[in-house]
Write a protein that binds this ligand. Structure first.
Ligand SMILES: NC(=O)c1ccc[n+]([C@@H]2O[C@H](COP(=O)([O-])OP(=O)(O)OC[C@H]3O[C@@H](n4cnc5c(N)ncnc54)[C@H](OP(=O)(O)O)[C@@H]3O)[C@@H](O)[C@H]2O)c1
Length: 341
């Protein structure tokens, strides 16, 4: 095997995502070469392809997609943690292993842009920033963990120290949100979910959500949240929407509650009511996925919590464009691309 098939992003826009032949990379001393079995797509991948996510950092051409799962085929001369045949999963911020990140490193050393990602038959991973795939997970399931699951886990568990009986509000039913519903419910919290779709709200109930609100039918959903919580508000809110949603979230928040600022599905800019932050003594925490140590903690917890990833659709390697188009429309849970058997 000297060449591999890879989807390469050669310009801005999905039409510039091209299937090409590239040399199979050689592992450096602390790297492993992985035969990719599956990748999952995140909002970030869509933004990288359409040029809206950190365009100044993305030096094209490169192989996109941050989340990858596969099997080790060869290892560098100084690798001690992995051997040929191990099933492994990537960790996106590959220099952020624990504690505080180095701010200069975090975006630069990132799989799937600017470093090459998983949308190819092979990927090089650094051994320190790779985790063993959970034995009970298929490769498709494991490929959903590095961003969406870790972001939900890092918010609620690492920062939020969530405990049984806490109240949690989850906005929408995308990748991060569905994992947040699963974690919070499994850890004994009371979970409220908003969605534009009543059908999706029925599905989150099956995952453990206690109360649901259609944010299209009920645009002032914060009032409904206050009704549900008898005026107290919720203790944890996963803010994936951004824009004016942050003010609705502040209204729905309990005193000294946490808002995890995660995304900007609606808008990156917001005019925030500072008085609400002060009056509520809101704890506002920016989230940027998480570090490898938390990833490993999360993996250990999965079996105990009896959580299985929710996959909306699995596409084949040749259907990368269709998979991205689905991402742009919105999915329930995760979109996966199967790369090989
Ligand atoms: N900071 C971080 O570490 C981090 C990590 C991962 C993701 N993110 C960010 O978090 C956001 C979500 O990412 P994702 O990968 O979970 O996205 P995704 O899977 O593409 O989520 C799409 C879903 O979001 C919901 N949504 C869209 N607009 C909404 C609105 N105005 N109000 C409420 N819900 C809305 C919709 O749910 P319904 O169909 O149910 O309405 C839609 O299906 C993105 O902005 C992403 O960049 C940040």
């Amino acid at each position: 095997m000297s060449t591999m098939k890879a989807w390469q992003l050669q310009g801005v826009g999905l039409e510039h995502l091209k299937l090409v032949d590239l040399p199979v990379p050689e592992p450096g001393p602390k790297q492993i070469l992985v035969r990719v079995k599956a990748v999952s797509l995140n909002f970030r991948d869509g933004g990288i392809v359409d040029g809206s996510y950190l365009p100044e950092l993305m030096v094209r051409p490169f192989i996109p997609v941050s989340d990858a799962s596969g099997e080790v085929v060869s290892v560098g001369s100084k690798v001690t943690k992995f051997k040929k045949g191990d099933r492994v999963t990537s960790h996106m911020y590959y220099k952020w292993l624990d504690g505080s990140p180095n701010q200069n490193d975090i975006f630069t050393y990132s799989i799937g842009g600017p470093s090459d990602g998983g949308l190819a038959e092979y990927i090089l991973l650094n051994e320190d920033a790779t985790v063993m795939t959970p034995v009970t997970f298929t490769n498709e399931e494991a490929s959903t963990l590095p961003i969406a699951a870790l972001t939900g886990w890092f918010s609620l568990v690492e920062y939020g120290k969530i405990k049984a009986g806490d109240t949690v509000l989850v906005l929408g039913t995308g990748g991060v949100s569905v994992y947040a519903v699963q974690f919070a419910s499994a850890l004994g919290a009371r979970v409220i979910v908003t969605s534009s779709s009543n059908e999706k709200l029925e599905k989150v109930k099956a995952l453990g959500a206690k109360d649901v609100i259609n944010y299209v039918e009920t645009p002032d959903w914060e009032k409904e949240v206050l009704k549900i919580t008898e005026g107290k508000g919720v203790q944890h809110i996963l803010e994936v929407v951004g824009g004016q949603s942050i003010n609705h979230s502040l209204e729905a928040l309990a005193f000294q509650g946490h808002i995890y600022v995660i995304g900007y599905l609606d808008n990156m800019l917001s005019e925030v009511k500072l008085r609400s932050i002060i009056e509520k003594q809101a704890q506002i925490q920016g989230i940027n996925v998480g570090h490898r140590r938390a990833f490993e903690d999360m993996i250990k917890a999965f079996d105990e919590l009896n959580i299985k990833p929710v996959i909306d659709t699995v596409y084949s390697f040749n259907q990368a464009h269709e998979a991205f188009e689905h991402l742009y429309k919105g999915a329930f849970g995760k979109i996966v691309i199967k790369i090989s058997e």
